[in-house]
Design a protein around this ligand. Structure first.
Ligand code: AMP
Length: 280
């Protein structure tokens, strides 16, 4: 991979990179297609990163490298990079990447261990693939903010591109976990997006000051409309710093994580606050 990339870069080719855990769906494909439009060569990686999973979730993660390779190729990928675990984490591997401010803002999610795992593997993959641009879904807004900050803080020479969340016809955000939902559970899960839209509409009307009441209204709505959806975590925060909204926040992130039939689903919506301020 290092040799291939180095000779491609030497001949002046730009490289678009899409890191994934595999089990590719239309959400991933939108990233690959965007990368194809904006770069000469597209590299897709498939690596189920043990460091970002609990043990059972790691063991049960769907793996189908052959299928993924065919899907990625059809969407425009030129190179599929699927390293082994030993190649990424040889014996004695011990590095850490920590971003204390963002981790502090994420404290109430209790997922710092997960994001630490994500940052380690993304840092390694960037160093191996050396991409011109890397593509991430805004479906995972905390991951996106952390990676952007890591790249800024370490002067890494890669442009981080965010891609909008791809939804099914029922507006449910596409995720490899959706395949595990029953018909009834899918129906209940639709309430998550409705609740996000409710909060966004409230804030569009009443501004960032209404974040607390919009959040409370969103939680109440979920409880009333979909008892099968068990809220794990919800927040309205500054999309960049992940801290509470303040006067100069440019973009608000409205985020929900909830369990439906034991499966943890996440979804979010963004609101441009600058545009709203201009209108008023
Ligand atoms: P994953 O394989 O789940 O780590 O996802 C790989 C990339 O695809 C990440 O940047 C995700 O944010 C992105 N992604 C996953 N689902 C979607 C979706 N429904 N819409 C857009 N991007 C997505």
């Amino acid at each position: 991979m290092l040799k291939t990339v180095s000779s491609l870069k030497h001949s002046g080719k730009s490289i678009g990179f899409v890191p994934t855990l595999g089990a590719l769906h239309d959400g991933h494909l939108s990233l690959i297609k965007k990368a194809k439009k904006e770069n000469d060569i597209v590299v897709v990686s498939v690596f189920v990163n043990r460091l970002q999973f609990r043990k059972m979730a790691f063991l049960n993660y769907p793996r189908n490298l052959k299928g993924d390779a065919a899907i990625a190729k059809k969407a425009g990928a030129d190179i599929l990079f699927a390293p082994s675990e030993k190649q990424i984490y040889p014996n004695g591997f011990s590095a850490q990447v920590v971003l204390p401010n963002l981790f502090k803002a994420l404290k109430s999610q209790k997922l710092s261990w997960h994001y630490k795992g994500v940052l380690i593997v993304v840092m390694k993959l960037f160093n191996i693939v050396n991409p011109t641009r890397a593509y991430f879904g805004l479906k995972d807004p905390h991951q996106f903010a952390l990676i952007k900050k890591m790249v800024d803080d370490f002067n890494m020479q890669v442009k981080i591109c965010g891609c909008p969340t791809v939804r099914g016809r029922d507006r449910l955000a596409l995720s490899s976990r959706n395949a595990l939902l029953s018909g009834q559970e899918k129906k209940a899960a639709k309430a998550i997006y409705r609740a996000l839209v409710f909060a966004k509409t409230e804030m569009k009307k009443n501004g960032a000051k209404s974040a607390t009441s919009a959040l409370a209204g969103m939680k109440k709505m979920l409880k009333k409309e979909a008892p099968a959806v068990q809220l794990d975590y919800a927040e309205i925060a500054d999309a960049k710093t992940l801290e509470p909204l303040w006067g100069k926040s440019k973009e608000a992130l409205v985020f929900v994580a909830a369990f439906v039939g034991g499966k943890r689903l996440t979804d979010n919506i963004r609101l441009n606050l600058r545009q709203r301020r201009k209108q008023h």
